[in-house]
Design a binder for this molecule. Structure first.
Ligand code: FEO
Length: 400
């Protein structure tokens, strides 16, 4: 049975919510599910903006049919060709044989890569600055390359001052009936998932996001319609501000994230003592992660959030403890910058992890590595306790 909601007088949310999928992109855990947003406009022509993942296909087709209420679908705008939004494109062509597809020069080759249906006489290719009218509504097409695929674009409806923003301003998390930001407490219930989504999916493309934000500033926008998560119709500056901070790789908060790996609890003990010394020095914003029990996407999210990062790990096979190495490789791949990093290392016979973690951090841009790092052999002893506490005081001084 159909389940849709009205966005404006003639625009409908016809997407779906997936609370069954374990891993988004088969990588990222979805503890709160995910929404795939699609929007259907009933103007003189009917226009669908993006589609959904195949898991939501049946619900989606029922929603469209119900909203169309006997009309046909004239146009599909493909802002983004990733399969979580385009899996149903071929099904739509079968149901609505006269439907035209609007995309850019990079969209259609991708459609042909993913599907085998004939695109002839079905395409309308647009480029930056082109406009299209469906009757009452006039649309402008804004290219958004590498946010986060090369073909990504956004569509601005000048009539309703509404931006279909593709993945930008999206978040993990299924919608719970409420689809608008003013129907929920976003800061309390959604921000962490929004950050985890942005930093892991789009984090690498900060410069491209900055370019899109500059373009978007040229439009008068009242409503943001992303492909995942809530629709923004109030307080747009809040989410745009978050994107601005994240894409400039600026810390969102002054605070310390301690990411530790520990095989038998000794490196963990050193991390705990450091955390206690930070607290003694007055730091309130401290976040500790046992990286063996925290998905790397959460580590990345908090790495983008906090100004200071402490890495603590033992040596393993003469290298860095594997989960720490994986986290650091991910941090580097996603281009994290502008953080202050401190290091705690351990090793029983040939401690290498401090030196190797420092080298990895050195491969990243604009990272400030604190000169003091602490390396222990097996377990922290009284003789080195002051080194750990002194590092804590130094970090605290910076944070405060
Ligand atoms: Fe939600 Fe890039 O797809």
């Amino acid at each position: 049975m159909h389940c849709f909601r009205k966005v404006t007088e003639d625009l409908y949310w016809v997407g779906g919510n997936d609370r069954r999928l374990e891993l988004f992109e088969n990588i990222f855990p979805l503890t709160k599910g995910v929404s795939y947003n699609s929007y259907l406009l009933l103007d003189e022509k009917t226009v669908l903006f993006d589609a959904v993942d195949q898991a939501m296909g049946r619900q989606f087709l029922e929603n469209i049919k119900a909203v169309l209420d006997g009309r046909t679908l004239d146009y599909l705008v493909v802002n983004h060709m990733e399969p979580d939004h385009c899996a149903m494109v071929e099904d739509l062509t079968l149901r609505y044989p006269d439907m035209k597809i609007i995309g850019n020069a990079k969209t259609f080759p991708m459609i042909s890569q993913f599907f085998d249906f004939n695109l002839e006489d079905r395409t309308l290719t647009v480029k930056e600055g082109d406009t299209f009218s469906s009757g009452k509504h006039t649309f402008h097409f804004v290219m958004a390359p590498m946010v986060h695929w090369p073909e990504a674009m956004m569509t601005y409806d000048e009539t309703d001052k509404l931006l279909f923003s593709a993945d930008a301003f999206g978040t993990f998390g299924a919608l719970n009936g409420n689809i608008f930001n003013d129907e929920m407490d976003f800061d309390r219930d959604w921000l962490d998932e929004a950050r985890r989504y942005y930093t892991n999916i789009v984090g690498k493309y900060g410069m491209q996001v900055q370019n899109v934000l500059k373009k978007a500033a040229g439009f008068d926008i009242n409503i943001l319609c992303p492909l995942h998560g809530p629709i923004w119709r109030t307080d747009l500056d809040y989410i745009i501000g978050k994107y601005n901070i994240w894409s400039k790789y600026e810390p969102e908060e002054k605070g310390v994230m301690i990411a530790y790996a520990s095989m038998y609890g000794n490196t963990e003990n050193m991390a705990e003592i450091l955390a206690a010394s930070l607290a003694e020095a007055g730091v309130k914003n401290i976040r500790m992660h046992n990286i063996s029990k925290t998905h790397v996407s959460e580590l990345i999210s908090d790495s983008f959030k906090y100004s200071h990062i402490v890495l603590a790990a033992p040596t393993y096979n003469n290298g860095i403890y594997p989960l720490m190495e994986n986290y650091l490789e991910d941090m580097k791949a996603l281009g994290l910058q502008n953080r202050t990093v401190a290091i705690l290392g351990n090793g029983t016979w040939a401690p290498q992890s401090s030196k190797l973690m420092a080298a990895k951090v050195g491969e990243m841009k604009n990272m400030c590595l604190l000169e003091i790092s602490v390396t222990i052999k097996s377990a922290l002893k009284n003789s080195q306790r002051e080194e750990v506490e002194s590092l804590g005081r130094q970090i605290a001084k910076e944070v405060l």
